[in-house]
Write a protein that binds this ligand. Structure first.
Ligand SMILES: [Fe+2]
Ligand SMILES: [Fe+2]
Length: 219
């Protein structure tokens, strides 16, 4: 029985991996905050702007690919039903983000990063390692990840021109959702908790996200 459940879990992850990277992942069904992300086809200069906007959003799209890997990894060996349920729900919201950023990229004729499968696999493995150190560690990791994503989104809200309403609306909604994910993890952690994340762990997470940002923008 246990074996069958584990096999089910492996199939579930493989299914999520394929759908995240090649399309078909279903989210909560919320509409894209940017509407249908209308394509603008204007002068040469506009094409340049469009390319840059697409490349910038590709970073966020890759972040959402990584988010799927993280949530699947944290859930893989998790046995607490409450935690499992929350991870599932959050992953569904992340699937919305994946879809919205993809739609925006599509409107800018931009494709996703070629490294997306690597981001997924790396995040999945990292999350497995964290989860193996206990549930509280897992919650701290979730909260820290989401807070770091929020800081990145805040920077991107300033990087994208204010007249790019589609990008602004998508990023704002994502910022809100990531904050809720972080709050859940923070509020559901035990008060007696002593295991947080060390400074080294937090710095390592920041360095890894910087590497992902730089590479996703280019490849
Ligand atoms: Fe997200
Ligand atoms: Fe999130």
């Amino acid at each position: 029985m246990v074996r069958k459940n584990r096999l089910d879990a492996v199939i579930e992850v493989l299914d999520n991996f394929l759908k995240t990277n090649f399309g078909g992942l279903s989210g909560s069904g919320r509409n894209n905050p940017a509407g249908n992300c209308n394509v603008e086809r204007d002068s040469k200069e506009d094409r340049k702007k469009k390319k840059l906007a697409g490349e910038l959003m590709r970073i966020n799209h890759s972040g959402e690919v990584a988010a799927q890997g993280l949530y699947q990894g944290q859930r893989f060996f998790e046995t607490d039903p409450h935690m499992r349920k929350y991870l599932e729900e959050a992953a569904i919201e992340e699937a919305d983000h994946l879809k919205w950023t993809f739609e925006y990229m599509k409107s800018k004729d931009t494709k996703g990063s070629l490294l997306n499968p690597a981001w997924y696999f790396g995040s999945f493995t990292l999350a497995l390692l964290v989860q193996s150190q206990g549930r509280e560690k897992s919650k701290h990791f979730l909260a820290e990840t989401e807070r770091q994503v929020q800081k990145h989104l805040m920077r991107h809200l300033k990087t994208f021109p204010t007249e790019d309403e589609a990008a602004q609306k998508i990023l704002k909604k994502m910022y809100e959702d990531e904050g809720e994910h972080a709050s859940w993890a923070e509020n559901s952690s035990s008060k007696n908790l002593t295991e947080g994340l060390s400074k080294v762990e937090k710095s390592a997470m920041k360095i890894m996200s910087k590497v992902m940002i730089e590479l996703s923008k280019r490849i």
